[in-house]
Design a protein around this ligand. Structure first.
Ligand code: ADP
Length: 158
């Protein structure tokens, strides 16, 4: 049986923290679908198409990875594609509370789909998409924190 996981998130934009979680999860799963949340209420900086393109360009054609988006619930998407697990990253205690609640909600919807949590690598603990954008606007060099294709697009924010 092929083990399929979904890595859901805003990815506005994808950072080296996200890429690290994805690469580590790829050691455990046969296929991972990076699922971009299409939620205009979050007022994203980049469109869904831009976010998907940045993910693709950053992953360099890994045959085990797919990129998609959804306007619906992650668990419903997982059911549709026959996924076994959801992948999430944990940076700090503040992430834990939110992730604990999300996990309970997802388990309520479908208890057969497990969430698997990866602890952030120490170097990437402080990275979030919003911190990166603030640093770019403030003129900070973020080239060691995001993939090259993301850096190119972030320059348009200045
Ligand atoms: P969401 O809006 O769903 O939280 P994000 O794109 O912010 O979407 O994050 C997607 C997932 O990746 C979340 O589980 C988040 O905790 C995790 N994540 C984000 N940044 C990092 C990082 N630097 N290190 C580890 N995990 C991270």
């Amino acid at each position: 049986m092929k083990l399929i996981a979904i890595y859901p998130g805003s990815f506005d934009p994808i950072t080296n923290g996200h890429v690290d979680i994805l690469n580590r999860a790829l050691r455990l799963f046969d296929k991972i679908i990076v699922l971009v949340a299409d939620n205009p209420a979050k007022k994203p900086t980049f469109s869904v198409e831009e976010r998907k393109a940045m993910i693709w360009e950053s992953l360099e054609d890994n045959p085990k990875v797919e990129v998609d988006s959804t306007t619906g619930l992650t668990v419903h998407y997982a059911e549709k594609v026959g996924a076994h697990a959801l992948i999430r990253g944990l940076r700090a205690a503040t992430d834990f509370e939110y992730e604990f609640q999300m996990n309970s909600a997802n388990q309520f919807i479908n208890a057969n789909i497990e969430s698997v949590f990866f602890m952030a690598k120490h170097d990437f603990m402080f990275i979030s998409s919003s911190t990166i954008k603030e640093m770019v606007i403030g003129g900070v060099d973020v080239s060691s924190l995001v993939p090259g294709p993301v850096l190119k697009r972030l320059k348009t924010l200045k």
